[in-house]
Ligand binder design. Sequence first.
Ligand code: GRF
Length: 205
Amino acid sequence: MSSFRVAVLISGTGTNLQALLDQLHSPGGPIEIVGVASSRAEAPGLGRAEAAGVESAVFPLTDHPERAERDAALGDWLDSLEVDLVVLAGFMELLTARVVERLPTINVHPALLPAFPGLDGIGDALRYGVRVTGVTVHLVDAGVDTGPVLLQEPVRVHYDDTQESLRERLRPVEHRLLVEAVLALADDRVGIQAQRVAIRSVEGA
Ligand code: GRF
């Protein structure tokens, strides 16, 4: 049986990448992380790819006059790896349609979309004063944090939460939902009709 080949795109620490490496990745196995790309050369997550022996590459916007050109280079790299799925795991930039329309792409976001999209979902939720926020894993389309929702889970906001304390409670939920979403896609258990998604549970579970 051939592997389900996953590329992970990061910009930062890469704890979500680590969860995928620890819980799903096996070279030549059912799910293989075949590449990690970063938008920043200094992203600490790149070290996690290296430690796991996974190929990595850096695609900084500063190397290209236009985002479309950077995304074309990134798209060519993904093609060369024969990727089945792209996971945005803290990739803090928009991608042009060139990438997201050619390959199934998912994103993990630290809020209950469509509430608090964008770069600061945690800070925006705190400033608004919501009592409940959470985590969303969704399919990526050409919009900003739009696209059909695969999985969501609420997390309570405490009165004395800071961005750091709330992030600490969101993180393990992100890791769990992201792993669950990749497994469901690899097993072909995801059905999508327009914006609505149904995920079949594992038989017997
Ligand atoms: C996560 O909060 C994710 O939801 C957001 O960026 C953060 C990445 O964290 N899109 P990490 O680099 O995986 O630790």
